[in-house]
Design a protein around this ligand. Structure first.
Ligand code: ADP
Ligand code: MG
Length: 227
């Protein structure tokens, strides 16, 4: 059972601020995500979707509780070990692409692979395959600023999965796109997730997209609840 639990949020609490400005965002909540499962996180702005994704992605630490990635407790890990887990096991897609502006699309997708130790040639080959799978293979030599919003997000998705992570976390990945572009980008993302069998948690305000996922959860009074 534990082996197929790719992400486990175990009794996690997180607050911001102190005193009068103290905000309790997560109040001892638990949640888990199994291999191959796509979960939609649909909740109003300000309820803590990004906070939850940042905790799951080891970008922040909880005040209390633990985050387990593929059965490994990350609470006591050093920053260096957390960074290494993040690089090998987790892919993250943001609402805004966050691609490196001075590098080409292809180079952006090669970068995490070269950091992980692949040669330039190996990284370029896989990057090109991923861009083609996401239907932006012809845009590899272009810099992010020369791409449309939909193309930028396809490249960002390719970069997130470049090192074949176990877990994909996406924070409103189509939030900046028009509805038609959002539909096609999400379709590409979904196909990639289904084909590679990774687990994904995707925050979205788009109910049509949420309806296509395996499960939907929301945030209510600091807890993750199934809807
Ligand atoms: P969502 O992604 O659902 O819009 P967030 O997780 O970004 O929600 O934020 C949840 C709440 O926590 C919001 O009220 C936000 O203003 C607050 N918040 C987020 N990050 C910080 C921070 N670093 N310091 C103080 N408050 C924060
Ligand atoms: Mg957010």
């Amino acid at each position: 059972m534990a082996a197929t639990e790719i992400l486990k949020i175990d009794n996690v609490s997180r607050h911001y601020g102190e005193g009068d400005t103290r905000l309790e965002i997560l109040r001892g909540t638990s949640f888990s995500l199994r291999k191959g499962e796509i979960v939609g996180l649909v909740a109003p702005s300000g309820t803590g979707k990004s906070t939850l994704l940042h905790l799951a992605g080891l970008l922040e630490r909880p005040d209390d509780g633990d985050v387990l990635i593929n059965g490994v407790s990350c609470g006591q890990l050093s920053d260096a070990d957390r960074t290494s887990t993040r690089r090998t096991d987790i892919g993250f897609v943001y609402q805004f692409h966050h691609l490196l502006p001075e590098f080409s699309a292809l180079e952006n997708v090669m970068m995490p692979q070269m950091i992980a130790g692949l040669s330039r040639g190996e990284a370029a080959e896989r990057a090109q395959q991923l861009l083609e799978y996401l239907r932006v293979g012809h845009r590899g030599q272009h810099r992010p600023a020369e791409l449309s919003g939909g193309e930028q997000q396809r490249v960002a998705i390719a970069r997130a999965v470049a090192n074949a992570p176990l877990l994909l976390l996406a924070d409103e990945p189509t939030g900046n796109l028009d509805p038609v572009t959002a539909h096609y980008v999400f379709e590409a993302l979904e196909a990639l997730v289904r084909q590679s069998g990774l687990a994904a948690m995707i925050a979205t305000h788009n109910h049509e997209l949420a309806a296509r996922m395996d499960r939907r959860v929301t945030l209510s009074e600091g807890h993750v609840v199934e809807v």
